[in-house]
Design a protein around this ligand. Structure first.
Ligand SMILES: *Cc1c(COP(=O)(O)O)cnc(C)c1O
Length: 235
């Protein structure tokens, strides 16, 4: 059980993040409602995650598939939660994961996309996914190269998956200007690819606690915010 202080802190943080995201949107002439906030709950246990849901955050992001299903299967009212998987996914975890109908942000290979499609078809589901693109140019970072991402978009599986957008992370240790440059690049690639593709590629998942302002200014439609939500909770 968590105490009232923590519960109040989480509610306060959630409201502050919502206000900050709305302000960042207005500052660049965007409607606050056009940006979805995924509360990244990977830092905390199920009780604190439920406190975040109670505060009004219904989109939850987890890095590890096991943590996602453990929370989804734990006692508590998770109805109305849209799960997001934002970290690496191994193919042997797909079966158990997709019955929770998460949006998967981290598709980084053709094989993974095909396995998600096949398993979704077997479970009579359609899974929404984003392709993770490596825009930092750093080969040690995860994600598809832009060329590989475009090729996968052009030759995606015809059923079982819905590719709804792209996910990107700025490289480590980048300053605000460099993050913004990378996010702008992602946005330009998306706009360019959208012209060539017969389906809607509207979601851009980019921006975390430290760089969501730059991401929103560059066109992010989904920001993934973790640490900022749990300030004063995790010590
Ligand atoms: C942990 C994580 C986040 C959240 O990062 P914070 O800096 O804590 O907001 C966002 N995206 C991914 C892929 C992550 O692994």
């Amino acid at each position: 059980m968590i105490d009232d202080r923590i519960r109040t802190q989480i509610a306060t943080n959630w409201q502050a993040v919502k206000d900050e995201v709305a302000r960042a949107a207005s500052e660049c002439g965007r409607a606050p409602d056009d940006i979805s906030i995924v509360g990244v709950s990977k830092y905390v246990a199920a009780d604190c995650t439920l406190a975040l849901v109670d505060a009004g955050c219904t989109r939850l992001g987890e890095s590890r598939p096991q943590s996602l299903w453990q929370k989804a299967e734990s006692p508590g009212n998770w109805t109305g939660v849209q799960w997001h998987l934002i970290g690496h996914l191994q193919t042997n975890k797909i079966r158990r994961l997709i019955k929770y109908q998460p949006i998967i942000h981290s598709v980084d290979s053709r094989r993974l996309l095909e396995c998600i499609a096949n398993e979704s078809i077997a479970q009579k589901l359609t899974t929404s996914v984003l392709l993770e693109v490596n825009i930092s140019g750093d080969p040690s970072k995860t994600g598809l190269s832009p060329d590989a991402a475009l090729s996968l978009l052009e030759h995606r599986p015809s059923s079982g998956v819905n590719v709804i957008g792209l996910m990107a992370m700025a490289g480590w240790g980048t300053d605000a200007d460099e993050s913004r440059r990378q996010f702008e690049l992602m946005r330009q690639l998306r706009d360019d690819w959208q012209h060539r593709l017969p389906f809607d590629l509207s979601e851009l998942s980019m921006g975390m606690s430290g760089d969501y302002r730059e991401a929103i200014a560059s066109g992010a439609t989904i920001v993934r915010i973790g640490s900022r939500l749990f300030e004063g909770v995790r010590e």
